[in-house]
Design a protein around this ligand. Structure first.
Ligand code: NAG
Ligand code: NAG
Ligand code: NAG
Length: 481
């Protein structure tokens, strides 16, 4: 490739949640590793936030972003088609557009990286003589489960969730049947078949990038690299290159919320947020409110109106109490917690809040990006998984890393009561156990920083990946000459 820069195309599957990790990866490769990056984004027509992201940023332009027009999949789905299946169908139908876009790119990219849902693009990479890598914006443990699923499929009869024994993944921590990821919940669904296919297709790639780092998951990484029984990934190089997360917004004027945090003692505030999408039942919101109040800790709570379940809808349209407390919170809640807490209607500034020295705990739904944001801010957690995918995260945080506590029973199965919430909050914020967790997570924070710095493990893994990609690309080019 003489003096010419290596040119990598990164393919992102539809949706903001997939685009952001790819953008962060692309920016890092372009800025730190001097690689030319073209990001191909399979767009959906629906997302406004997504089209905002695609506008060229005002500052320096590090990466080129090319939208792939959304394919029409209306004839292939119906009202019951779930998200994962839709996503896979969209990527499949967009492949001709991906192919023609790559064919027109000048200079032609040398290497293709696709996110987890883009493994069906392998034939395109082969056609154009590009090595192809997959980027899993998640953990090594999740990667191991995904790659081993085709083997579990043969070994196990009946639904995974009905198994009594934990699911054994060679060399890794076993997975509790109730913790399996969403697509594994029902083996009769199409999303399960898609997930299985992805697990098999892992082995077609030239390697796998993961948003994790060596010190966070040494056991699962070792298994992915060495365990002969693990399945598709074995003998594929794995590159833990994380933790990559959204950057902190450039400093603007301080919000009221940050000003309030400035006045609170160090590590004294628990931040409660279920991400941009999560809602709780009315009863659960009420118990959470009582639990926070009973714990007598300072808090910032991003609270949304409860998920409406038909019957109780009329119950919530009656407005708010005399002190402005919305009626899905206990009467007088805002008055009683005025000095100690802030209730926020909108999901905001999560990274800035977690990084604030006054914040000492995070009650979170455990999406991987929120988890990384908490770890890289050195904040211990209460793990409150809402959806299946988050349960693996919650288990890893509580049992493997020991930087979180979680409710006894999964919140999706049973309302978590106020006493249990009070106890969890006090554990993280006040008790000795919380202090131990805080020390642990601060060590991980430092290890994350070290991994990303020049000479650190994730930085070096990225260099190794680029070296490997360049060699493979050269040899593919020379064989096609
Ligand atoms: C692979 O996993 C199996 C089952 O957990 C274990 O017995 C074996 O020692 C592992 N092999 C290596 C090379 O770690
Ligand atoms: C992180 O989570 C938030 C809220 O759940 C979401 O809006 C955002 O798109 C996610 N970012 C990434 C990098 O996935
Ligand atoms: C953690 O949760 C996110 C969804 O929020 C998921 O994409 C990711 O794969 C999960 N990680 C693990 C280890 O399960």
């Amino acid at each position: 490739m003489d003096s010419k820069k290596l040119h990598i195309a990164i393919l992102a599957s539809p949706g903001l949640g997939h685009l952001i990790p790819v953008l962060v990866l692309g920016n890092r490769l372009a800025s730190l590793h001097d690689v030319k990056i073209t990001i191909l984004v399979i767009t959906t027509t629906t997302s406004h936030a997504e089209s905002q992201m695609l506008k060229p940023p005002s500052g320096e332009k590090l990466v080129d972003i090319l939208p792939i027009p959304p394919p029409d999949i209306s004839h292939l789905i119906d009202a019951n088609t779930n998200m994962v299946t839709q996503l896979c169908i969209m990527v499949r139908e967009a492949l001709p557009g991906v192919r023609s876009t790559i064919a027109c790119l000048k200079p032609r990219p040398d290497v293709l990286i696709g996110d987890l849902f883009c493994s069906e693009a392998f034939p395109i990479a082969t056609e154009f003589g590009m090595p192809m890598y997959l980027y899993v914006p998640s953990t090594a443990w999740f990667t191991a489960l995904t790659t081993y699923c085709p083997i579990l499929h043969e070994q196990i009869d009946g639904q995974y969730v009905d198994q009594v024994e934990p699911l054994k993944i060679p060399g890794c921590k076993s997975v509790r049947p109730e913790d399996v990821v969403d697509p594994m919940l029902d083996r009769n669904e199409q999303q399960y078949r898609e997930y299985l296919r992805i697990g098999i297709e892992f082995k077609f790639g030239d390697g796998i990038l993961m948003n994790t780092w060596e010190d966070l998951e040494p056991i699962s990484l070792e298994a992915l690299r060495k365990n002969e029984s693990l399945g598709a990934v074995v003998k594929r190089p794995v590159y833990p290159i994380g933790p990559l997360r959204r950057p902190i917004e450039p400093e603007g004027p301080k919000s009221e919320l940050i000003k309030w945090l400035d006045m609170q003692p160090k590590d004294s505030v628990i931040f409660v947020s279920f991400g941009s999408g999560g809602t709780l039942s009315a009863q659960q919101i009420s118990e959470l409110a009582w639990g926070l109040e009973l714990s007598q800790q300072r808090f910032i709570w991003v609270v949304r109106p409860p998920a409406k379940s038909g019957a109780d809808e009329s119950f919530f349209t009656s407005g708010s109490g005399s002190d402005g407390t919305p009626d899905y919170l206990p009467e007088g809640f805002l008055t009683r917690t005025k000095k100690s807490g802030l209730v926020e209607p909108l999901w905001t500034e999560q990274v800035e809040i977690l990084n604030h020295p006054s914040v000492g705990g995070f009650l979170s739904h455990c999406g991987w990006n929120s988890t990384l944001e908490s770890i890289t801010s050195g904040v211990p957690m209460i793990a409150w998984p809402l959806y299946a995918e988050q349960r693996l995260n919650a288990t890893m945080l509580t049992e493997e890393l020991c930087i979180a506590v979680r409710p006894e029973v999964l919140p999706s199965k049973k309302v978590v009561g106020r006493e249990e919430i009070e106890k969890m909050v006090r554990t993280v914020m006040e008790y000795k156990e919380g202090k131990i967790m805080r020390d642990k997570v601060r060590k991980l924070k430092i290890s994350a920083e070290n991994a990303l710095n020049k000479g650190g493990s994730s930085y070096n893994n990225m260099c190794d990946l680029l070296k490997d990609a360049e060699l493979r690309s050269k040899s593919l080019k020379s064989t096609s000459d």
